[in-house]
Design a protein around this ligand. Structure first.
Ligand SMILES: Cc1ncc(COP(=O)(O)O)c(C=O)c1O
Length: 432
C-alpha cells in the first residue's frame, strides 16, 4: 500500500467480482458509487467526488446527461436491437452519415469497444492488400503505444508487463520512437528526425499500415507530439502507399480541442478507430471509419474478398441513439471543446513552476506532467499512487499513469471544480 490515508466509504472486495487492471493484493477496495451527475460521482458513504479523468476517458458531456438518457429511453421503446446483417435502421444510417461527413471517411463499420475498433482497422488494412494480390504484412507502430487488450491490439501495442504472458503469441510489429514533447523542450527536432530516419529504413520493406494515436499517446503516459511531425510522417508513408490508421479511441470527439485529432494535426488517415466518447461515454460501442478507396477493394464476386467480420451487437440501436445525441451536443456547443485548452492553461502554467514536476504539456482537454522521482519514469513508478490517494481524500478522482499525473475531465466540469482539482494536486505536491 502506498500510504496511510484513510478514505471513508471504502468497502471490502466483493466475493464475486474481478476488477479490471487491478492487483487486489496491492490495491484499496473500490468505492461504491450510487449515482453520478455532470462531473460528480456520488459515493455511498463519502463526499461527492470530481471525476477528473472522465471515468477512463469516456464520459464526454458529464454523467447521466439528460439529453442522452432521453435519446436512449426513446430508442429503447422503438427498437432495442436487431441483427445488422440483412437489416439496417435509421439511427445507424444517421450516425454513419454524420461521422462520414465529420471524418472525411466514407464508410463506417461497427464493433463494440476501442480494442475491437482497432482490430477491425488492422484486419481491413491487411485484407485490403490481400484483396489486391499483394502480400504486405509489415505493420509499423510506435514505442509506448497502447491500442487495447485483444490479441491484435496487444500485438501492435508496446510490449510491457501488461502483455508479457502472451508475448510469444503476439504477431511481430516494427516500431519507431514516439518523439514526445513538452513545454520548454529544446531537443524535439533531433528526436523527430531520428524517428523519421527509422521509419524510412523500415519502409524499405513493403508495409501494409502504420498505426498511431494522433497527437497524444494515452495509456503510454499522455505523451504528446507536434502536428508537424505527423504531417511529415504522412508525406513519407504516402510515397510507399502504406495505409495510415489513426487510433482516435481516446483523442476523438473534441479531446484535443478539435473534433478529431487527425483534423487538428492536419493528417488524412485511411482508417480511423473510434470509441469511448462516441456515445458520450454512456454505452459501449466502437466504430472503424474507412475511406471509399479501401471499401472499393472489398466489393468483389470472389467470396474470399469479403470482410468476414462482425459482432452480435453490431450497430446496437441504443448505442447509435446515444452517439447521435452526443453528436448533437457537440454540434450545439462546439466551444465546450474548442475553448477547453484555455481553461486548463492558467492552472497548468502555475503548477509548471513547482519544483517537483517536469515536462508539463497540454492539448485541448488533456493536461499532464511528470513527477520528478529517483525511480525510473513509467507505469511501474509508484510516485503517482500517493498523489491519487491524497486527491481521493480531497474529493478528486485521478488515476496517474505511474509518475504521470494528468487531468482529462468531462467537458461539463465547472471552473470551480477544475480549479479545485488543480488546487488539490498542487497541495499534494507540497505535502507528500
Ligand atoms: C488509444 C486507445 N486505443 C484503444 C483502446 C482500447 O479501448 P477499449 O478499452 O474500449 O477496448 C484504448 C483504451 O484506453 C485507447 O486509449
Amino acid at each position: 500500500m502506498d500510504n496511510n490515508i484513510k478514505i471513508s466509504g471504502e468497502r471490502e472486495w466483493h466475493k464475486n467480482l474481478w476488477h479490471p487492471f487491478t492487483q487486489i493484493k496491492s490495491s484499496y477496495p473500490p468505492q461504491h458509487i450510487v449515482n453520478a451527475n455532470g462531473a460528480i460521482l456520488f459515493r455511498e458513504n463519502g463526499s461527492p467526488l470530481i471525476d477528473a479523468i472522465s471515468s477512463w476517458w469516456v464520459t464526454l458531456h458529464g454523467h447521466s446527461n439528460p439529453y442522452i438518457a432521453k435519446a436512449i429511453f426513446e430508442q429503447a421503446k422503438e427498437l432495442e436491437q436487431v441483427i445488422f446483417a440483412d437489416f439496417t435502421h435509421s439511427q445507424a444510417e444517421r450516425l454513419a452519415e454524420r461521422l462520414s461527413k465529420a471524418t472525411g471517411l466514407q464508410k463506417l463499420f461497427f464493433s463494440d469497444n476501442g480494442s475491437t475498433a482497432v482490430e477491425v482497422a488492422i484486419k481491413i488494412a491487411l485484407q485490403w492488400w490481400y484483396n489486391q494480390g499483394e502480400s504486405r504484412q509489415q505493420i509499423i507502430a510506435f514505442t509506448g503505444a497502447y491500442h487495447g487488450d485483444t490479441f491484435g491490439a496487444m500485438s501492435i501495442g508496446e510490449r510491457n508487463l501488461f502483455n508479457e504472458p502472451f508475448e510469444d503469441m503476439l504477431f511481430p510489429v516494427n516500431r519507431i520512437p514516439w518523439p514526445e514533447t513538452w513545454w520548454g523542450d529544446t531537443t524535439i527536432e533531433s528526436r523527430e528526425k531520428e524517428s523519421i530516419k527509422k521509419l524510412e529504413l523500415l519502409l524499405e520493406t513493403p508495409t501494409a499500415a502504420l498505426i498511431l494515436e494522433p497527437l497524444v499517446q494515452g495509456a503510454g503516459g499522455m505523451r504528446m507530439v507536434r502536428p508537424e511531425f505527423l504531417q511529415q510522417l504522412q508525406k513519407i508513408i504516402n510515397q510507399s502507399k502504406t495505409l495510415l490508421i489513426a487510433d482516435e479511441v481516446m483523442v476523438g470527439f473534441g479531446r484535443t480541442g478539435s473534433l478529431f485529432a487527425s483534423k487538428r494535426a492536419n493528417i488524412s488517415p485511411d482508417l480511423m478507430a473510434l470509441s469511448k466518447g462516441l456515445t458520450g461515454g454512456c454505452l459501449p460501442m466502437g466504430v472503424t471509419m474507412a475511406s471509399q478507396k479501401i471499401f472499393n477493394n472489398f466489393v468483389e464476386d470472389d467470396p474470399r474478398k469479403t470482410f468476414w467480420h462482425g459482432h452480435s451487437f453490431t450497430a446496437n440501436p441504443l448505442g447509435c441513439a446515444a452517439a447521435n445525441a452526443s453528436l448533437d451536443l457537440l454540434e450545439n456547443n462546439p466551444n465546450a471543446y474548442l475553448r477547453f485548452e484555455s481553461r486548463h492553461l492558467p492552472h497548468l502554467k502555475k503548477i509548471a513552476q513547482h519544483p517537483k514536476i517536469k515536462r508539463p504539456r497540454l492539448i485541448g482537454t488533456i493536461a499532464a506532467f511528470d513527477l520528478k522521482t529517483d525511480s525510473q519514469d513509467g507505469y511501474l513508478n509508484n510516485a503517482g499512487k500517493a498523489i491519487k490517494r491524497y486527491a481521493l481524500k480531497h474529493n478528486v478522482f485521478i488515476r496517474p499513469l505511474g509518475n504521470v499525473i494528468y487531468l482529462l475531465p468531462p467537458l461539463c466540469i465547472t471552473d470551480t471544480q477544475l480549479e479545485h482539482c488543480y488546487k488539490v494536486i498542487n497541495s499534494s505536491l507540497d505535502e507528500i
